[in-house]
Design a protein around this ligand. Structure first.
Ligand code: NAD
Ligand code: 6OD
Length: 487
């Protein structure tokens, strides 16, 4: 028993609510207990939806934009003020390096609130002056909050992905019931404290804890009081949620899985490309939906790229999140590690040559209870292998040679997913040309995961439905009513 382990409650209408049972949140670094978490049953979820509805009707839904914007900015300031608490909570849940949690997850949480405050403050109405043979009219659309929104998020970038949805939802005047992943309950709960400190009315932000099927996730998505669902997670879960909301025809926004390609041309800047690929394959132990799992390399530089990546993979430092020099944490759980390991085994059965990794590292007795895995690279596979088609969601990529630009585009697009791609070349025209032909939501050229929060974010195919970011989020989180006035 870890003496510093906490007890985490559901947060409903500003109050902490116990559930009928609890579950343990385990630290993936060493297997110790992080928290005992109260699981929401149907009754707790009912209360959370009722609290959100009461807050919506009680004022938040009709609050002036300037008031909402001011509150969003205060929330961002409070996140900055309590950054150390958020970093500690995120690190305890995920095991990721402290610096990564600080610079990516927590910094982005504050940025999400500021960015959507800016967007909602500066977004105008659609209007048209309509001239017909029988007269003239002014058409304009007023945007109203969608209502009570269910927000369901995964464990890989818990606070970043939660606030990516909470901030625009609140900016548009909605109230929310959020369900963080059972693997990462801490920062969503801490955010409730920060919301209260910033002065957000009770019931605008509610948290229910638990799992998916027959737990809080299912109770929330099947609830008749929910007006829309925004979800980030696996494609198969997105499909289950779509079925859950279908009888009540509720809108959904889905950010789902990926099997992302990088295309590396012989004219690339090799060192920069190798650094970029190392980041895109191994960041957050490969647990970012945008991570590269397929690397197509022009044949003339294939060996150089493979050697350079192997050197860089070997230089990654696995270790405790707070230790100097740690670059790489564990996978999120023993369960996820078993899934990643099963893909390691399958790759070998499918004929992979394992250039580096492929197993469980020995990091000593102290970390033996953690979910550690070796950064891994494969060659010898092609696009027919299951491990090249299915999302592994770990620190792993397959390297595959190509001979022509057309072949590279065809290989990259040969997938049921369509989230992100990266193109590495010093030929500017080729960069634009190839990036535009990627069948994905986001294509990067000579970089990866460089974000502008105003740009559209989402995927095609199995990778999702809809786009969020800037005004794209405004479209999901509001319902327009068009008014036509004869002049
Ligand atoms: P997951 O789908 O297993 O779980 C995500 C969330 O959904 C969790 O909160 C879980 O409890 C809940 N859930 C599970 N089943 C449910 C159900 N039937 N009804 C309602 N809720 C349910 O995903 P994960 O393992 O937590 O996250 C990893 C996956 O997320 C990967 O596939 C990754 O690519 C994807 N992801 C996508 C993006 C993106 O922006 N496209 C971002 C991050 C992660
Ligand atoms: O940066 C973002 O806004 C975003 N939604 C990232 C998703 C990462 C997937 O793991």
């Amino acid at each position: 028993m870890n003496p510093s382990a906490s007890e985490l409650f559901n947060v409903v209408g500003g109050k902490q609510l116990a559930g009928p049972r609890t579950f343990d949140k385990i630290n993936p670094v060493d297997g110790t207990l992080v928290a005992t978490v109260h699981e929401a049953d149907r009754e707790v979820v009912d209360q959370a939806v009722d609290a959100a509805r009461a807050a919506l009707d009680g004022g938040w839904g009709g609050a002036p934009v300037s008031e909402r914007v001011a509150l969003l900015r205060k929330i961002a300031d409070r996140i900055d003020a309590r950054a150390a608490d958020f970093v500690a909570a995120e690190v305890a849940d995920t095991g990721k390096p402290v610096e990564l949690a600080r610079e990516l997850d927590v910094a982005r949480a504050a940025a999400n609130f500021r960015s959507f405050a800016d967007t909602v403050a500066s977004t105008g109405l659609d209007s048209f002056l309509t001239e017909t043979a029988t007269g003239t009219a002014l058409n304009y659309a007023v945007r109203k909050p969608l209502g009570v929104i269910a927000i369901i998020v995964p464990w890989n970038l818990p606070l970043l992905l939660l606030t990516w949805k909470v901030a625009p939802a609140l900016a548009c005047g909605n109230t929310v019931v959020v369900k963080p992943s059972e693997e990462t309950p801490s920062t969503a709960t801490l955010l409730a404290e920060v919301m209260a400190e910033a002065g957000l009315p009770d019931g605008v932000y509610n948290v229910v804890h638990g799992f998916g099927p027959e737990s809080a996730g299912e109770f929330l998505t099947t609830h008749s009081g929910i007006d829309g669902v925004t979800f980030t997670g696996e494609s198969a879960t997105g499909s289950a949620i779509m079925r859950a909301v279908a009888p009540r025809v509720r809108p959904v926004s889905f950010e789902l899985g990926g099997k992302n390609a990088a295309v590396v041309f012989a004219d690339c800047d090799l060192d920069k490309t190798l650094d970029g690929l190392t980041r895109s394959i191994f960041l957050n132990t490969g647990q970012v939906c945008l991570c590269t799992e397929r690397v197509y390399v022009e044949r003339s530089i294939f060996d150089q790229v493979a050697d350079g990546l192997v050197r860089r993979a070997k230089a990654l430092q696995l270790g405790r999140p707070e230790a100097d020099g740690t670059t790489t944490g564990p996978l999120i759980s023993q369960k996820h590690r078993a899934k990643v390991q099963s893909y390691f085994d399958l790759a070998v059965q499918e004929g992979a040559d394992v250039l580096v990794g492929g197993g469980i590292p020995d990091l000593g007795q102290e970390l033996a209870g953690g979910s550690w895995i070796e950064p891994t690279l494969w060659t010898g596979l092609d696009n027919t292998a299951r491990v090249v088609r299915e999302e592994v969601f770990g620190p792993v990529a397959a390297l595959i040679p190509f001979d022509t630009e057309e072949e590279a585009i065809a290989l990259a697009n040969d997938t049921d997913y369509g989230l992100a791609a990266a193109v590495w070349t010093t030929d500017l025209q080729r960069g634009h040309r190839v990036a535009q032909q990627m069948r994905v939501g986001m294509a990067w050229v000579n970089t990866w995961y460089l974000r502008d929060l105003r740009s559209p974010f989402g995927g095609v195919g199995l990778s999702g439905i809809g786009r969020e970011g800037g005004v794209h989020s405004m479209h999901f989180y509001t319902e327009p009513t068009n008014v036509c006035v004869a002049l």
